[in-house]
Design a protein around this ligand. Sequence first.
Ligand code: GLY
Ligand code: MN
Ligand code: MN
Length: 442
Amino acid sequence: MSGQLDGVFAERRARFARQMGANAVAIIASGGEKLRNRDVDYPFRPDSDFFYLCGFPEPDAIAVIITGSSKQKPKFVMFCRPRDPERETWDGRRAGPDGAKTRYGADEAHGIDTLDRHMPDFLSNKRTVYYSWGRDDHFDARLNSWRAAVARKARSGTAAPQEMVAPESILHEMRLFKDAGEVATMRRAAQISAAAHRRAMEACTPGKMEYEIEAELLYEFTRHGSRAPAYGPIVGGGANGCILHYRENDAPLNDGELLLIDAGAELHGYASDITRTFPVNGRFSKEQRTIYDIVLAAQKAAIVAVKPGAHWNAPHDAAVRVLTKGLVDIGLLKGDPAKLIKDETYKKFYMHRTGHWLGMDVHDVGEYKLDGKWRPLKPGMVLTVEPGLYIPAHSKGVAKKWWNIGIRIEDDVLVTRSGRDVLSKDAPKEPDEIEALMRRAA
Ligand code: GLY
Ligand code: MN
Ligand code: MN
C-alpha cells in the first residue's frame, strides 16, 4: 500500500486540521487483524480514512491530530506497534515509533501500549474530539475513561472536551475529490482490471469452471502488483449471472450461456470496479444480443450524462429511460414507458441503481445528496456506471427464450472539466469486438 509521496499525506493532514478548527483532537484508527480461523488471520488492510491521512500500512495504529490556537501548527502523533525482534521474526517487519517519525512524518510517536498514558494529556483543554463513535465498543469505553480523567482535573483549571464530531464529515468530502495522484492510481487499477477482463474472455470456453476464469482474473491482477481484489469477484455463468452478488464461482460454464464477470483490482489502496458480460462460446445468440444491445445503449447514455453540473441521478435517469424503452420495444414490458418508469415497473428486470462513488472503497464515501437534493457532479469525482438487465428462469409472463439472460456492463468514470474520462475503457464492451477477441483466442 505504498506508492504515494509522504508530502501528499502531510498536505492532506494539514487540510483536515484546518477544517477541524482550533483546539481539537482527531483520533483515527487503522483497525486490527481479524482472526479467520485458528492461528490464521484475514489479510490485513488498513481503514481507508486512516490510510488516506497517513499512508501507514500496519494494524494496531492510531493517528492523533491535534490543533492548538489558529496560529499554531497542528501536531501529528502516531501510536503504533513497538519494534520487537522476536515478533518481527515471526510476523514481519514493523516501522515502530521511530519509523513512524522518520518514514511517515509523525511529529511524535509512541508504542500503542502507551495510549492510556498519553491520551488524557492530549485531550486536556481541547474543545472538540473528532472520533467515529460506535464502531468499536472497547475503544469507545477507553475514550470515555480518558475524558473522565481530564474532567476530574476541572478544579485545577483543566477543561475536558465538550463536543464530539464524526471525522467523516470532513474526511469523506475530501476523499470524494480525487487529486492527480489518486486519479493516476485509479487509472492504473482500471487498466489492470481491463487486462484481466480481456484475459478472461480469451480463456473462456464451454466446459471450464467459473473458478478457472476467476483464477485468470486474479493472476492478471497479481502479476501487475495488485495485492488483492477490491471486492470478491463475481464470475457467474448462465442463471448465476442473474444473482447480483453471486460469489460461489464454482459452477461449470455451459455452451450457449452468458458469463457475467464483476471484478476489479485494488492498487495501492484504490479500487476499480468493472463488469463485462459475454457468451461462453464466443457468439451471442439472437436473444442475448438483443438484451445486450439494450444494456449497452443504456450504459452509453448514462456515461454521456456524466458531466460537471449534471446532478448525481442524471446517469441513472438516462439508463432507466433507455432500458425501459428497450424492454417495451421487445415486448417484455407493456405500456407507456413514462408510466412504467413512474410506477417503477422496470425494477422487475433492473432492480439496482446505476452507480456509486468509487475510490479507496469500492462503494466509496461521499454524500449523494446535499440539502435533500441530488448533488451536482464536479471534476475529480469518480463514479461507476453499471446498468443491467436480469431475466431469471420462470420469470412470470416472460417467454422461455429470454430466461437466464443476466447482463451488466460497468465502467469507472472520472468527471473532468470538459465532461468525463472512462478509466476502464480498455475492457472491450462492443459485442463485435468481444466476439472477434474470443475468436482469435480460440
Ligand atoms: N462490484 C460491486 C458493485 O458493482 O457495486
Ligand atoms: Mn459497482
Ligand atoms: Mn461491480
